[in-house]
Design a protein. Structure first.
Length: 182
């Protein structure tokens, strides 16, 4: 399958990277706007064939700059994928802790509800018991939310970043526009 192409137009290749990052090329962060552009386009394009990045530059880069470019971009997205994987693990661990706490609290509410129902006169005993049941179930809201909804977008981002970490990067000189031409 043919990869989906993401195209970026720059004046010069160093614009691809964060200008404040003093790291060597392999460890440099992408510019935040460039990363946002690439990830945004990748979300909208078909994923089945992977991606390729085509960088159009007005100023031709040196061979030295081109040498490690693909590896630097792939390394950056691989690091982002590692961070996203850690975020997913942390979210699921937090979900497990919330689930245990929620289940214990739910059991406590149900047990306390039975005690209150037996000790208080009707209809107040049933009223308080029902209120405790509701409070117990509300305490289960967060773990249920994590396991039903919250982890899917993080997993999708992780898959996308892994695809971006494998994408080939090509640089193509773009024609210089003549002065006065809009």
């Amino acid at each position: 399958m043919k990869p989906s192409r993401i195209e970026v137009r720059l004046r010069e290749l160093p614009q691809l990277f964060n200008s404040l990052d003093p790291s060597p090329l392999i460890d440099r962060d992408l510019d935040a706007a460039v990363e946002s552009f690439i990830v945004g386009w990748a979300r909208e394009l078909p994923h089945h064939g992977g991606f390729e990045l085509l960088v159009h530059v007005a100023t031709p880069p040196s061979e030295r700059t081109l040498a490690g470019l693909e590896h630097a971009v792939q390394h950056y997205f691989a690091n982002r994928a590692d961070l996203k994987r850690s975020e997913l693990r942390l979210l699921l661990r937090r979900g497990r802790a919330n689930l245990v706490i929620g289940l214990l609290f739910l059991g406590f509410c149900f047990g306390l509800g039975v005690l209150v129902r037996d000790a208080a006169p009707d209809p107040w005993g049933e009223f308080v018991e029902l209120g405790l049941h509701i409070v117990g179930w509300v305490a289960m809201w967060r773990p249920v939310e994590i396991y039903l909804y919250d982890w899917w977008p993080v997993r999708a981002d992780l898959k996308l970043l892994r695809l971006l970490a494998r994408m080939p990067v090509r640089v193509q000189p773009s024609p210089q526009e003549s002065p006065g031409k809009l």
